[in-house]
Ligand binder design. Structure first.
Ligand code: ATP
Ligand code: MG
Length: 317
């Protein structure tokens, strides 16, 4: 088959959802590229196919009860990307180090810290931290979709939670209960205010009983939930906060230094008062995109101030 025919078949099989055919066509394209001496292309196509097979086989191992309740995400990021106070870095290092040396601890009847609560304002690095821990430890990262957990009947919710905790036991990984306190939000509007507490209590009981080798990371930005009863269930609690001036500078430098030597970072500080790490990051990425896409723009204070202003205007409409 000529190359263009392969591509037509490939597109057709994609839209007809013929997965097998799609893979066969892709492999044929790889073979024909290899024949033409384009070995690197051929290898790249094969690697993509292999990786997608690996992912699928992992997803297939989820039982039927779990489908739609959690997703596996590729972890990314390194500790050096995270701009937080040193005490938070120390805590994360300790989680990693205790996990790596857990056998040593077990010999002394001690457990590595595995149940972690992250709390703090939006956009300060909580979800990123879970991803970094999984990435640094080479563990798969599963995010539990808490809103899918809640059903009308407590018995069913418990069954779903049990299925998730069974997986936590069978499949070593980082399990992220992101914004776990959001559960029942919809329902409380229907005057079912007890729902959230009920599910939350059940969730905490499962956490308490868990004896697996997985890391469980629960995230909340609801200050009201942070009572000692909640803390007690976790081996460690990490409180995130908005960046200090020093942290803002470090973040700006991390993101922008390689694009320009002209930026006066200190001058930018008053303009990013009250912004979170995520908001600052997004404004910087806007500026980076601008200079990539437009040849006559330069990375300097005025460009960054503009992207910050645009973002601010969008938030405070
Ligand atoms: N402390 C940080 N250091 C470096 N980058 C950060 C930090 N916090 C946030 N970011 C940037 O912002 C993005 C979004 O942050 P993240 O999703 O971790 O925030 P979050 O605390 O989980 O917020 P939310 O409560 O809204 O879920 C990150 O992927 C990263 O690019
Ligand atoms: Mg988050």
């Amino acid at each position: 088959m000529a190359k263009s025919e392969y591509i037509v078949s490939l597109i057709k099989s994609h839209f007809n959802e013929e997965q097998e055919r799609f893979t066969t066509m892709a492999l044929q394209i790889a073979a024909s590229e290899a024949k033409m001496g384009h070995i690197a292309y051929a290898e790249e196509i094969k690697t993509i196919i292999d990786k997608s097979k690996e992912r699928k086989s992992k997803n297939k191992s989820f039982s039927k009860d779990l489908q739609g309740l959690l997703i596996e995400k590729n972890p990314f990021g390194h500790l050096s990307d995270l701009i937080v106070p040193n005490n938070i870095i120390d805590k994360i290092n300790r989680i990693i180090s205790e996990f790596v040396q857990r056998d040593k601890l077990h010999k002394h009847d001690l457990e590595n810290r595995r149940k972690i609560l992250l709390s703090g304002p939006p956009g300060t690095g909580k979800t990123l931290t879970a991803s970094i821990i999984a990435n640094e430890l080479g563990l798969p990262l599963y995010t539990i979709l808490m809103d899918k957990m809640v059903t009308k009947f407590m018995g069913e919710t418990s069954a779903k939670l049990r299925a998730v905790f069974d997986l936590i036991e069978q499949n070593r990984g980082v399990f992220l209960f992101d914004e776990f306190d959001a559960i029942g939000g919809e329902r409380s509007r229907d005057n079912d205010v007890g729902e959230m507490r009920r599910v939350l209590n059940s969730f905490l009981q499962f956490i308490e009983r868990d004896n697996s080798e997985s890391l469980i990371i629960a995230v909340t930005n609801n200050q009201k939930l942070l009572d000692t009863a909640l803390f007690r269930r976790f081996d460690d609690v990490i409180l995130f906060r908005l960046p200090t001036n020093e942290e803002k500078l470090a973040l700006l430098k991390n993101l922008l230094s390689r694009y320009s030597k002209k930026i006066n970072f200190t001058k930018l500080l008053p303009r990013i008062n009250g912004l979170s790490h995520a908001e600052i990051t997004l404004a910087c990425l806007d500026a980076i995109k601008d200079i990539i896409l437009s040849e006559n723009k330069e990375m300097d204070n005025s460009l960054i101030l503009k992207t910050i202003k645009d973002r601010n205007a969008a938030y405070h409409k």
